[in-house]
Design a protein around this ligand. Structure first.
Ligand code: FAD
Length: 306
């Protein structure tokens, strides 16, 4: 893509360097695809390159996992295997099981997979952003640095505010996302649907049941921004359906080539009930639940392209 409006590429991670006409450059898979005139009324004039940030991509402690904004999807994909090889206690966190299906939901080539970053995916803020699904689904907290030296934290579910929209002010830099051990140690269930075999996500739901039996459901891809529902215990089917109806108005369902709002709504309800059924089975017991929503319909999984 032609970026002939760019006058300079500046290697920096300091928001104080930011000025009008600048864009943070991470993996560049969006910037170099869309071109320098697609990001606002004025063309971009400088790219602030995060490539030499040197931030540790993934930091694992007893408190959880911190993902640097510059962590690539490929680095994240390798994490569960790496923790298992290191015999880390963190390898037992059930929430790690969400990493690979979320990465696999990224319908992209080898090159894009290896270049694109967690932060770039969040800041692009597409409804089908798989890193949004993962980080919101695990109650991630975003750390954001501001041009005046400010630093603020907000839930990833609140960072993304709409289709291609987020809560970042001009010049703000997403530094990292923290995934708390409390969420990572919950039991988790994942469901995804796409209209085509290697298509972008049309509906992506993540459910979590923590040790105190509190249930959290995160709806992404179906909706323009992440939507979270929280219950003190696993809800009955009518309660779950009613809460979905009450929380997600028709206008919040996303509408594009990857799915009509009515389909996304129906599938959101269906997958929510599947997740409820899955998490309703005590840990370690075989799946013997019967009923309309069991066994779950096979959801379409995507594989990394060549
Ligand atoms: C073939 C292909 C398939 C794709 N499939 C998908 C898909 O399935 N789902 C999806 O969501 N996207 C998809 N994308 C879009 C894109 O690749 C991803 O969103 C990717 O994660 C963007 O990351 P990046 O590091 O390359 O971002 P960049 O291109 O470097 O940046 C993207 C935007 O985020 C801003 N930004 C980047 N990092 C930060 C930061 N730390 N702080 C503040 N702002 C920042 C940039 O200024 C820019 O506006 C696809 C792209 C291609 C080319």
């Amino acid at each position: 893509m032609d970026m002939n409006t760019i006058e300079a590429v500046v290697r920096t991670t300091d928001p104080a360097d930011w000025r009008d006409g600048d864009a943070w450059l991470a993996g560049g898979t969006v910037l170099f695809s869309y071109g320098s005139t697609a990001f606002g009324p004025e063309p971009l004039r400088r790219l602030l390159d995060l490539g030499s940030a040197g931030w540790q991509p993934v930091t694992v402690t007893a408190d959880g996992i911190e993902l640097a904004a510059t962590c690539t999807v490929a680095e994240l994909y390798a994490l569960p295997e790496r923790l298992a090889a290191e015999d880390s206690g963190a390898a037992n966190w059930p929430g790690l099981d969400l990493i690979r299906p979320c990465c696999d939901s990224f319908v992209a080539s080898f090159k894009v997979w290896n270049m694109s970053t967690v932060g770039g995916n969040l800041c692009t803020s597409l409804p089908a952003g798989p890193m949004i699904s993962l980080c919101a689904g695990l109650d991630g907290t975003a750390t954001v640095l501001g041009p005046g030296g400010s630093r603020r934290e907000l839930p990833v579910a609140e960072l993304i505010t709409g289709d291609g929209q987020n809560a970042l002010a001009p010049g703000e830099l997403l530094r990292s996302v923290s995934l708390p051990a409390s969420a990572l140690s919950s039991r988790a269930a994942f469901r995804r649907l796409s209209l085509s075999n290697l298509g972008r996500s049309g509906v992506l739901l993540i459910g979590r049941l923590d040790a105190g039996d509190r249930f959290t459901l995160t709806v992404t891809a179906a909706t323009k921004r992440p939507v979270q529902l929280r219950f003190d215990s696993l809800p009955e089917v009518p309660e779950l359906a009613a809460e979905l109806e009450a929380t997600i108005p028709e206008s919040l369902y996303h509408d594009d080539i990857h799915g009509l709002p009515a389909w996304r709504r129906d599938m959101t309800h269906r997958l929510a009930l599947e997740i409820r059924a899955e998490l309703g089975i005590p840990a370690g017991e075989p799946a013997t639940v019967s009923g309309d929503f069991w066994p779950p319909q096979k959801t379409q999984q995507t594989k990394r392209g060549a």
